[in-house]
Design a protein around this ligand. Structure first.
Ligand SMILES: *[C@@H]1O[C@H](CO)[C@@H](O)[C@H](O)[C@H]1NC(C)=O
Length: 275
């Protein structure tokens, strides 16, 4: 197509000055390049979705192309790492999860970022595009908070009928881990976007009563300049959570703990078995 267009321009432009010819050629070339880029991007997308579907698309078993399985609860290798947020790396955990790479290029990260021990070298967030860009065949999602590789708290969500953002909601919460009050109490925030103004992401909060009395369960503090004392740290993001059996007051409770890794695991459906 490009050759044809270029030849056409050459043929039509015998009478033109060299400058006009060059600029016509330039615009043809740049048009052709952007068309080719568009076609390549589409092909790549198709390939990725085929790979995620397990090649044929007819299979009920998921998890092909999801990476290695994790034995999160010591009860079997049922989980795959969809995302890992790393504390203190100085880039937004929310943006990394959303995956808007049209605005920012994806960061190159170390191989240790695909595991959950925050003591091993990793300077970024890990996003498993094979899972998050094609949210399919997922039965369950687990948010797991780790300190130096030790699982401290976890939340389990039912993923049926969800998308990669909506699963994190009170309606889908199946198991609240150590937080016995979370299922009964009301929340003023319980979503991945959380408090967009103050960049409190993956936010599970009970009440806003001012910096001294705000209380809740979990907060991915994603703000380099946060307003309240309880979320001021030397670096962001920070994964702050209640280490007790229920919610806490962010400012005054001795129960606020910091996770170095927030992992999001997905469990695939186990085939097409009837319920
Ligand atoms: C995490 O990595 C550190 C550093 O290698 C190691 O000392 C620690 O035992 C690991 N934690 C777990 C739970 O394996």
């Amino acid at each position: 197509m490009f050759v044809f267009a270029a030849v056409t321009i050459l043929a039509l432009s015998n009478a033109c000055q060299g400058y006009n010819l060059v600029s016509s050629l330039r615009s043809v070339v740049s048009q052709e390049v952007s068309q080719v880029e568009g076609r390549l991007a589409k092909k790549l997308e198709t390939l990725i979705s085929l790979q995620n579907a397990g090649g044929s698309g007819a299979s009920c078993s998921a998890a092909s192309g999801w990476g290695r399985p994790f034995n999160v609860f010591g009860k079997g290798d049922n989980y795959y790492l969809a995302f890992r947020g790393t504390a203190g790396v100085g880039s937004s955990v929310y943006e990394a999860y959303i995956g808007d790479y049209s605005k920012k290029p994806m960061r190159n990260i170390e191989p240790c970022c695909t595991q959950v021990n925050g003591s091993l070298p990793c300077s970024g967030h890990y996003r498993n595009a094979g899972i998050l860009n094609n949210w399919q065949n997922i039965e369950e999602v687990v948010v797991a908070l780790y300190e130096r590789g030790v699982l401290k708290q976890s939340l389990t969500f039912d993923a049926a009928g969800t998308d990669y953002l909506s699963w994190f909601s009170p309606a889908n919460l199946k198991d609240a881990g150590k937080w016995q009050d979370l299922k009964e109490k009301t929340t003023n925030f319980f979503s991945i976007a959380g408090d967009t103004l103050w960049k409190r992401r993956f936010f599970i909060n009970h009440l806003y009563l001012g910096c001294l009395a705000d209380n809740g369960w979990f907060l991915a503090m994603d703000n380099p300049l946060p307003p309240c004392q309880y979320e001021k740290y030397s670096s962001f993001p920070q994964f702050l959570y209640s280490s007790g059996t229920g919610r806490m007051t962010w400012s005054s409770s001795g129960e606020v703990a910091q996770a170095d890794v927030m992992a999001i695991f997905v469990k695939p459906y186990n085939g097409c078995r009837s319920k």
